[in-house]
Write a protein of this length. Structure first.
Ligand SMILES: [Zn+2]
Ligand SMILES: [Zn+2]
Length: 279
């Protein structure tokens, strides 16, 4: 039987109206991104029984509004430190506003936030210095990647051995091409520094997803260029083709998901017969 790792997460906002993911382990709570207005974000946390001031940090993936809009005011009001790259700090203009504090995240260098170990992985997106994250606790790890134009080598390597994955499934290519956006914006989204499509995610689930990964959350779905059922079917059939029907697949709504707990697989029993041969 898989046992609980103590690491759990839930999306509290997803998509262009604002992104935030709550992660908890052994009494440590943090948010990845604060793209909702500060009041809205505090209310959503409070409705989950989470005191906003109890957050250890807000870790930022990049400076775009839908990820960082509420960060400065929330940090100031609730005394929560921000963590992000130097590029995010400059591009978000945190030097010009009052915030509790800012801790610089060096990409590829692991750091600790309470009981959680984190690592930022540089990703291709049209922002100053955007990162995806691997968060680990108690032998379990969660990968978190929103806003990236393609899955670069650094992410593919960094995401090996995950137990759970949150990944953006931003658009359906047909819906985007035929949709209402001006061509310049379509080009930006489609570019290698734009966003991941349902097909990009399906390809990864079909070929790259590690065997240990049991939970996949599709997030940051475009309201105009995607539909939750279209994204789900695309991911589901990719997993089914690979025989990975044990994977729990969630599609986040704009309001988020429920709690998702990371389980640990028991150690393989192979060591026992080998040891018995000694006698
Ligand atoms: Zn975004
Ligand atoms: Zn972005």
């Amino acid at each position: 039987m898989p046992s609980a790792s103590g690491l759990r997460f839930r999306v509290v906002g997803s998509g262009s109206s604002g992104n935030a993911t709550l992660v908890e382990a052994a009494g440590t709570r943090l948010l990845i991104d604060a793209g909702l207005g500060p009041r809205e974000l505090a209310e959503r946390l409070q409705s989950l029984g989470v005191d906003p001031a109890s957050l250890e940090a807000i870790v930022l993936s990049h400076e775009h509004n839908d990820h960082a809009k509420g960060a400065a005011s929330f940090s100031r009001k609730w005394g929560v430190k921000l963590i992000g790259t130097r590029g995010t700090y400059s591009a978000a203009g945190f030097g010009a506003v009052e915030i509790a504090s800012y801790q610089v995240l060096e990409p590829d260098v692991p750091f600790q936030v309470g009981a959680l170990e984190l690592r930022g992985i540089p990703i291709p997106h049209d922002a100053a210095a955007p990162v995806a994250f691997v968060l680990s606790h108690g032998g379990a790890s969660l990968g978190h990647a929103t806003d990236l134009g393609h899955l670069n080598r650094a992410v593919l390597d960094g995401f090996r051995g995950l137990d759970a994955l949150l990944i953006e499934s931003n658009y359906d290519s047909e819906m985007l091409r035929n949709g209402p956006y001006p061509w310049s914006l379509k080009e930006r989204i489609l570019s290698p520094r734009g966003h991941l499509s349902n097909a990009d995610v399906a390809r990864y689930l079909g070929q790259g997803l590690g065997e240990s990964c049991r939970t996949v959350v599709l997030a940051h779905l475009s309201q105009k260029n995607n539909h939750p059922e279209v994204a789900r079917m695309s991911a589901e059939s990719a997993l089914a083709r690979r025989g990975r029907t044990e994977v729990q697949l969630e599609v986040s709504s704009r309001e988020g998901t429920g709690w998702l707990e990371l389980a640990l697989e028991p150690e393989p029993a192979a060591a026992v017969p080998r040891q018995m041969r000694l006698f």
